[in-house]
Structure formats: structure tokens, C-alpha cells
Design a protein around this ligand. Sequence first.
Ligand SMILES: [Zn+2]
Ligand SMILES: [Zn+2]
Length: 273
Amino acid sequence: MTVLDALAPTAPWAGPMLYACLLFGLRYLVVAGFWFVMSRPVAGRGGGRAHAVTPGSRFDVRSAALHEAVRSAVAIGVFTLVYGVCAGWQLDRWMAVYLDDRHPLWWIPVSIVLALLLHDTLFYWLHRLMHTRALFRRVHLVHHRSIHPTSFAAYCFHPLEALLEGLAVLAVFCIVPMHLGAMLAFETIGLIYNCYGHCGREFYPVGWGSHPLGRWLNSSSNHAHHHLRGSGNYGLYFMVWDHLMGTAVEQNALQQDAPDTVPMELLPDSQMV
Ligand SMILES: [Zn+2]
Ligand SMILES: [Zn+2]
């Protein structure tokens, strides 16, 4: 056997890659498009409430969304590649995804909640890693170029960050036994929450961030603050790790960020009219 034979995929990979590409791409377009229409992240327009860091009228939301969508397409390509490698080299045998009835029905919702908690944990620490001096400018800055993100920023990552994010999700599927339907539901719920977090408007009730339940959930306002200031509120779905590690920015601090405090020179040219 030659080296090339040893490195060659042992199972069909093109079909799974095509399926993953269509699934990731179409789901992203539908979900991000939905939140984009719902929110129109420009002051004075859209559903929900403008949060404290909504940009002013100079912000060109369409070109910002287009820029984010193009970068997101690259990330979707990386996710597709990861699934292709998994299928081709049969690494998916390490995943705990099942199609039969080996676990009771109640496990399906429980497994989705566990997957969200585990993914949030992996995301939080990966995100903290991305904010280190070594990785921020080289890698994570691609995501933070969106100082006022739109829903299309959900997958707007440097390819290396996209690879690590894709592997984090695969790690969840290796650890938490999930029915295929639960796996798809978890991915879709995750993307819906991710696009909401970047949409530029707030849909939770006023005061939700200081509610005993609401303070443990991440929100669009919290993540908008992260993009504007470049620190704090590192979680994806929850604020659990942010509260535990002292990186949460409380709501009263968010309210102090008036829209006109945004340093406009920080906006990339692509987002200016
Ligand atoms: Zn960040
Ligand atoms: Zn973000």
C-alpha cells in the first residue's frame, strides 16, 4: 500500500459534502434572512427595540450584510469540508448520533438542552482564546470587523475560526448521544439564536437582562456590546460562564452606551455610505 492509498478516503464523501453544503447554506440563508427582515438594524426601523448601541443613519446595513454573507459562505465551505473529511475517513463512527429507539423519547429534549449547554461552554472558552493577543488580530478580527453586526454575521469567521467552531460542534455530537432529529433541531435552534444575537435589535422584554431568569440568557443587546467594545459577554446562548468568570457586562452598563458614542472611524469602509 502506498502513502497515497493510506491517506485516501475509505468511504464516499462527495454526497455527504453536497448534503452538508446545501443544509448549512440554505438554513443560513433562511434563518439569517428572516432575522434581517425582522430587525433591519438601523435606528428608527425594524421590529423589536433599538438597543443602546444601534448605529446611526450613516451605517449602510445592506453592504454590511453582503460583506458578512460573503465571509459566511467561506465558513460554510469549511464546515462542509469538515463533514466531508468525517464521512470520507469514517470518523463519524465516533459520533453518538443515532437513528433507532435506543434511548427513550424524553431523552430527545434533554439531549438538545445538554448539547446547547456543552456547545455554549466550548464556545465561551474558544471565544476567550480568540480574544488573546496572539489570535485576535490574526483570526478573530474578521468577525469583529462588524462593529454593528447584522444577522448575516452569525457565520462571518476567519477560516481557522470556522474550522475550530465546526470541530466544537462535532465534539458535542461525540459526547452527547443525540437522535438525528435532535441533532438537526439543536443545530437549527443554535443558528436561530446566533442570528438573533447579531440582528441589531432587541426582542426580549424591557428589564429581561436583570430578571432572575433572563440574566442567565445571552441577548442581542449583550452581544451588540461585545461587538462594539470588543470585550465582555463571550457566551453564545447563555451568560452562565460570563457570570462565573466575571466577564458579564451588566444591563446598567449597557444603557450607558449611547448610539452617538460609537467611534465612526472604527467602521470599515464597506459599512459606510
Ligand atoms: Zn469576540
Ligand atoms: Zn458576534
